[in-house]
Design a protein around this ligand. Structure first.
Ligand code: HEC
Length: 135
C-alpha cells in the first residue's frame, strides 16, 4: 500500500512536470512564429527599429499590458533601456486564450527570469483592461 502511494505520487509529479514543459515549449513555438521575426529569437531586437525583450525595463514595468500590446499592437514612442523607439508594432489578433497564456509565461521566464506561473484567469483580467482607443 505504501509503495503504491509512492508510485502514484511519482506518476502524478511526472505528469505535472511534463505539463509545465509542454506549456513552455508551446509558448516558445508561438514566440518563434509570431514575434521572433522582429524581436529575434534571443529577444535582443534590431538596432533602433525593434526594441529588445530580453531584460527590457519596459517589459518589466508594463508586464500587465502584454495581452493588450500583443492584441492591439503599439503605436507610441517608447523608451526601452534608455533608447527611444517609435516604429509601430502591428496587432497580432489571431491568438487563443491558451496560446496567450503559454506565450506570456514563456516571455516572463525567458526574458525576465521570473519563476512564478501566471494563470489564464489573471491574463484574461489584464486583457479586459485594454483601451484600444489610444492604440
Ligand atoms: C513586425 C514587427 C513586430 C512583431 C511581429 C512583433 N513586434 Fe513587438 N514591437 C515591435 C516594435 C517596432 C515595437 C516598438 C513599438 C513602439 O515604439 O511603439 C515593439 C514593442 C514591443 C514591446 C514593448 C517594448 C519592449 O521591448 O519591451 C513588447 C513587450 C513587444 N513588442 C512584444 C511583442 C510580442 C510578444 C510579439 C509577438 C506576439 C511581438 N512583439 C511581435 C515590432 C514587432
Amino acid at each position: 500500500m505504501y509503495y503504491l502511494k509512492n508510485i502514484i505520487s511519482i506518476v502524478l509529479l511526472t505528469y505535472w512536470l511534463s505539463g509545465c514543459t509542454e506549456s513552455y515549449s508551446s509558448g516558445e513555438q508561438i514566440y518563434k512564429n509570431k514575434c521572433a521575426q522582429c524581436h529575434l529569437e534571443d529577444g535582443t531586437g534590431l538596432g533602433k527599429l525593434i526594441p529588445p525583450l530580453a531584460g527590457s525595463d519596459y517589459l518589466a514595468t508594463h508586464f500587465e499590458d502584454l495581452p493588450c500590446i500583443i492584441l492591439f499592437g503599439l503605436h507610441d514612442s517608447i523608451l526601452v533601456d534608455g533608447q527611444l523607439y517609435s516604429e509601430p508594432m502591428p496587432p497580432i489578433p489571431d491568438i487563443s486564450p491558451e496560446e496567450m497564456t503559454n506565450l506570456i509565461n514563456f516571455l516572463s521566464k525567458k526574458f525576465l527570469q521570473k519563476k512564478n506561473y501566471i494563470p489564464k484567469d489573471t491574463i484574461e483580467k489584464w486583457q479586459r483592461n485594454c483601451t484600444n482607443s489610444k492604440r
